[in-house]
Write a protein that binds this ligand. Structure first.
Ligand SMILES: Cc1cc2nc3c(=O)[nH]c(=O)nc-3n(C[C@H](O)[C@H](O)[C@H](O)COP(=O)(O)OP(=O)(O)OC[C@H]3O[C@@H](n4cnc5c(N)ncnc54)[C@H](O)[C@@H]3O)c2cc1C
Length: 247
């Protein structure tokens, strides 16, 4: 299994981050998802040498740990801190220009938003592989929490109708798994580089999505193997299914 550690940098000293990366390196973890993290109160005191944005972290990793493979976050429906969508694309390009190997997207529920995002990236000169973020809805409260965490996310009427029609928690979960599995099936058919399943520590939903799709051999499908993602263009197979979890 290839492991990619999510590393947020907001509020951290450079030495702290260097120490964490050195430890990962010692453990043989060579994949980092480089993130800013959610900025806290604007009045919070930041360390003098703090990283303001993920692009700074990417540049730091690239110079200090050149063998690390780096993923960064992308937002098909936009990130809440930037209203101007064209400027936001410049910020995403800055992360790639700083050395990111691939992009993993925020969750989305309508694949058209993802395909459009991929085209906008191409037009902006961003040519790294883009991994699609899929979050199965497993409960009404969870859906509301997700909407709070990923503020720009659009919940399509078809999904909301199906969730509200479901009679009880178990059936809401089935609706969510079915919706996510259909999204993943369509993404695979459209030969995307990989899928990142937001498990939120509910591995059951992720396993059921994979099973529904007939993907049973996890040793073959798990892991953001950068070479596999790059080689993806040469094969019709999905390069990576990434399962996100908290440790
Ligand atoms: C796949 C994925 C996994 C995630 N995993 C985690 C996790 O494990 N833990 C966690 O805490 N959070 C996680 N997040 C959430 C993420 O930390 C937040 O969305 C955070 O608010 C932004 O992080 P970022 O790396 O995208 O930041 P950035 O790329 O730095 O962007 C943040 C905002 O700043 C803007 N910006 C960038 N550069 C500039 C600039 N030079 N000037 C002005 N504005 C600028 C961007 O447009 C954007 O609006 C994840 C998100 C995704 C998509």
């Amino acid at each position: 299994m290839t492991i990619a550690a999510h590393l947020t940098c907001v509020g951290s000293h450079r030495d702290e981050i260097r120490h964490i990366l050195a430890r990962y390196s010692e453990l043989g973890i060579n994949n980092i998802l480089a993130l800013r993290g959610d900025a806290g109160d604007p009045d919070d005191q930041m360390p003098v040498d703090h990283f303001a944005y993920a692009a700074d972290l990417v540049g730091f990793i690239k110079t200090q740990f050149p063998r690390m493979h780096i993923g960064v976050a992308g937002y098909p429906e936009g990130h809440a801190d930037t209203d101007n969508r064209l400027v936001e694309m410049d910020h995403l390009k800055a992360k790639v220009d700083a050395g990111a190997d691939y992009i993993v997207t925020q969750m989305f529920f309508d694949n058209r938003d993802f395909y459009d995002f991929c085209e906008r990236c191409e037009l902006a000169g961003i040519h790294v592989p883009i991994i699609a973020g899929i979050m199965p809805v497993t409960s009404l409260s969870g859906m509301k929490r997700m909407a709070e965490l990923a503020k720009r996310s659009r919940f399509p009427s078809g999904l909301l109708r199906a969730v509200h029609r479901a009679q009880g928690k178990e059936y809401i979960q089935r609706v969510g798994i079915h919706w996510a599995a259909e999204q993943v099936r369509d993404l695979i058919d459209n030969q995307i580089a990989g899928v990142h399943l937001y498990t939120l520590n509910n591995s059951d939903a992720s396993l059921r999505i994979c099973e529904t799709l007939g993907l049973r051999d996890f040793s073959r499908v798990i892991g953001p193997d950068v070479q596999a993602i790059r080689d993806r263009t040469r094969s019709r197979n999905l390069a990576a299914i990434m399962l996100a979890t908290d440790i």
